[in-house]
Design a binder for this molecule. Structure first.
Ligand SMILES: [Fe+2]
Ligand SMILES: [Fe+2]
Length: 181
């Protein structure tokens, strides 16, 4: 699979996780019971799949390849913005961990904090993905040679394998099951 298609495919699973997270957010906002098991599955998805597996490929591999190949610095500002947004997204995840225990033990303020974190994450992720899909990835596809794209594809596979040999099917199943619950 071409490396940019690989990332777009990951975006599709992330978009499904956005729907699952929105449903979860609306349930806890309505005062419903919060099941820790479900909460930690979502937090694990955003930490491991979205941050390590997906943002890891972008930040450690794709973005440096674009910066190296671009004749001018026209994509540097876009990449700086995307990296900054990855940092904000990661910040929301650490807040979701931080407020989990007080929320589960009944603290209303912690529940509000968790809802605000989910809102912040979900507001940021959609335009972020859109910017990559519609602007940066097509530019990268034009800019990178076949050789560079093949190198990236191999590096992407190696990164996935370092996380787990079945990382994609594992997280796809998690999200599919969360959507059925
Ligand atoms: Fe990104
Ligand atoms: Fe992305």
């Amino acid at each position: 699979m071409q490396p940019l298609e690989h990332l777009v495919k990951e975006h599709r699973l992330i978009a499904k996780a956005v729907s699952a997270s929105e449903a979860f957010r609306n349930e806890i906002n309505a005062g419903g019971p919060i099941r820790p098991r479900r909460y930690w599955k979502l937090v694990d998805f955003w930490s491991t799949y979205a941050d390590i597996v997906h943002h890891g490929k972008e930040e450690q591999l794709l973005f440096p390849a674009i910066v190296e190949q671009s004749v001018s610095s026209e994509y540097n500002a876009t990449i700086d913005k995307l990296v900054e947004e990855h940092m904000y997204l990661l910040g929301y995840i650490s807040d979701l961990r931080r407020w989990a225990r007080p929320m589960f033990t009944g603290d209303r303020a912690a529940r509000e904090r968790v809802i605000r974190c989910l809102d912040g994450y979900l507001e940021l992720i959609d335009p972020h993905i859109k910017l990559e899909d519609t602007e940066l990835f097509p530019a990268a596809a034009d800019m990178l040679s076949k050789k560079e794209l093949n190198k990236l594809a191999k590096e992407f596979k190696a990164l996935d394998a370092r996380v787990s040999p079945n990382v994609h099917s594992y997280y796809r199943d998690i999200i599919d099951n969360l959507m059925k619950e």
